[in-house]
Write a protein that binds this ligand. Structure first.
Ligand SMILES: *Cc1c(COP(=O)(O)O)cnc(C)c1O
Length: 398
């Protein structure tokens, strides 16, 4: 197989060939599960010698990984032209915290978008604050205006586009340009788009993060995260991750690799179905606004069409009036949509969202309560019929 040299191929081919080095697969198609804590040496001299050598892609001790984890990490790196390496973490949140700890030190300031994933906010305002790192929240639609927020202590700009819950699209190229001018590190939570829809390193991001739990795994059965780094930052990221003892089980990595091979076709279908349903919802009188980056009712949709290769399967909508109770009645009336956290699996989900409870730098104003939908791989006509009957339920409520 490609053996780490598939950069000239297109995305779909890279998804199939990535990480399948013969020395890692032993000619088994999907890299097998290499379980290890202890690695045995022939003699003391070899053990001592091993400790002095670079452990990247060399068996040393289970915590530093085996070919099962390296294969998935390499396949993810292969999807990011210009990237040097990827490290895996036991969750998306672990990936985010490791990436931030790799680049921040006491006294530094971090810029976070107000639409950031809430646990990222919590890590910054709780944990990082305790270690003398301050956070300034910014309007996700600020674009090049981010320059006005930079101070002497600013060290890094974090982005997430589209934003969690509210889906504002950020002008990443404009923010990256300002960051480069000021010598700041840029980080992106790219979970929604994945490198298939937004190749982050190519767009100038230094550290790009995925909650692999979502589309990479794709089957709602594994927690995992990844950070992919530039040639300048990968060793800093690696030493921080090793210092924190971050490691992923080979069984989980194997499931991640298995999921990744079909991520392209899954994502294309999620995207197509979600857009169909978003457009249908937009035509409904019960719906005030659909928060889908490809629709012009979503802030930054022009930027979305300029920068992204397509949309994935997660979006939101705002009811035209109503309250907490009518929203709950709607969600409870759905048959095909599960009620639960996370997304990116093969099944549809609906969750109530309340951005106004979280924000600190901007105000979230809406015509009614909001719902987030993850569109799975079910037939869209069935999903639309389900949404229609649930909307009918709330219309006929006493
Ligand atoms: C789910 C999610 C995460 C966290 O991933 P976990 O694997 O659940 O820790 C991070 N960022 C975004 C945008 C997410 O949706």
């Amino acid at each position: 197989m490609s053996g780490g040299n598939n950069k000239h191929y297109r995305d779909a081919t890279r998804l199939v060939t990535g990480g399948r080095r013969p020395e890692w697969t032993q000619r088994i198609v999907n890299p097998p599960v290499w379980r290890a804590s202890t690695i045995l040496y022939d003699n003391v001299a070899q053990l001592r010698d091993s400790a002095t050598r670079d452990t990247h892609h060399r068996l040393f001790y289970g915590r530093k990984g085996t070919p099962t984890q390296w294969a998935l990490a390499e396949a993810l790196t292969d999807l990011e032209p210009g990237a040097e390496a990827t490290f895996l973490y036991p969750s998306g949140v672990a990936a985010i915290s490791a990436a931030l700890l790799a680049v921040l030190s006491p006294g530094d300031e971090l810029l976070l978008p107000d639409s950031v994933y809430d646990p990222t906010r919590g890590f910054a305002t709780g944990f990082l604050k305790r270690f003398g790192i301050t956070t300034r929240f910014y309007d996700p639609t600020v674009g090049a205006g981010i320059a006005d927020l930079i101070s002497d202590t600013t060290r890094a700009i974090f982005m997430e586009s589209p934003g969690s819950l509210t889906f504002e699209v950020q002008d990443i190229p404009a923010i990256v340009a300002v960051a480069k001018e000021h010598g700041l590190v840029t980080l992106l939570d790219n979970t929604w788009a994945t490198p298939l829809l937004f190749p982050a390193i190519e767009k100038g991001i230094d550290l790009t993060i995925l909650a692999c739990t979502k589309y990479v795994v794709g089957h709602s059965d594994v927690m995992m995260g990844s950070v992919t780094a530039t040639p300048e930052l990968w060793q800093t990221l690696r030493s921080t991750s090793f210092a924190l003892g971050q490691t992923v089980s080979p069984d989980d990595a194997w499931l991640g690799s298995r999921g990744l091979r079909t991520m392209g076709v899954r994502l294309a279908q999620h995207g197509k179905s979600a857009l169909t349903i978003a457009q249908w919802l937009q035509s409904r009188p019960e719906v005030a606004r659909v928060l889908h980056p490809a629709l012009d009712t979503c802030p930054g949709s022009d930027i979305f069409h300029r920068d992204f290769k397509g949309a994935s399967g997660l979006f939101g909508f705002v009811f035209n009036g109503g309250d907490e109770e009518s929203r709950a009645a709607f969600i409870d009336a759905l048959d095909l949509f599960g009620i639960g956290y996370s997304w990116g699996g093969f099944e549809s989900l609906a969750t109530p969202v309340d951005p106004q409870r979280i924000r600190t730098a901007t105000r979230w104003e809406a015509e009614g309560p909001a719902v987030r939908l993850q569109i799975g791989l079910e037939d869209t006509d069935d999903l639309i019929a389900d949404l229609e009957q649930a909307l009918a339920c709330i219309r006929t409520r006493p």
